[in-house]
Ligand binder design. Structure first.
Ligand code: IDP
Ligand code: MG
Length: 149
């Protein structure tokens, strides 16, 4: 089972989409290991997006991510990184397929509603920015034998 970090971004929280986004991830069969609402600090946002430092959109991205509360989730499942990325849709909502989160609710790349780690290595690093291992709850769900063969 893989883990990945999901962030419901400020625009999605402000627009009242939190519950529907959580539902889509649950519907997909992913197991929520933790879920928490925070106001992201500059330090946290800069650490999350360190790879984008120096790019033209970086200052706007940091101010967007720190502008209003976000919801952090760690989810687990088989190929969770890819499952979440597909459920999110492409980075630019205009390119995201209808049925994906960004494809249904987004119109602009700078307001694209949700973050998901892009690899298992990124997931491990990003989860570590916000959580300790003890924050990630271990439990069984009977339904999983009906989701995974
Ligand atoms: P991702 O979120 O799909 O992994 P990345 O390329 O890692 O996409 O970019 C991180 C975030 O930076 C995007 O989700 C988006 O919020 C923002 N971003 C990326 N490219 C642009 C851009 O060209 N203009 C404005 N914001 C951008
Ligand atoms: Mg990314």
């Amino acid at each position: 089972m893989d883990r990945t970090l999901v962030i419901i971004k400020p625009d999605a929280v402000q627009r009242g989409l939190t519950g529907r986004i959580v539902s889509r991830l649950e519907d997909r069969g992913l197991r929520i290991l933790t879920l928490r609402m925070i106001r992201m600090t500059q330090t946290l946002a800069k650490s999350l997006y360190a790879v984008h430092e120096g790019k033209g959109f970086y200052p706007g991205l940091i101010s967007y991510m720190t502008s209003s509360p976000v919801v952090l989730m760690v989810v687990e499942g088989r190929r969770a990184v890819d499952v979440v990325r597909k459920t999110m849709g492409a980075t630019d909502p205009l390119e995201a397929v209808p049925g994906s989160i960004r494809g249904d609710w987004g119109l602009e790349i700078g307001r694209n509603l949700i973050h998901g780690s892009d690899s298992q290595e990124s997931a491990a690093r990003e989860i570590g920015i916000f959580f300790e291992e003890k924050d990630l709850l271990k439990y069984d769900r009977e339904v999983e034998r009906w989701v995974f063969e």
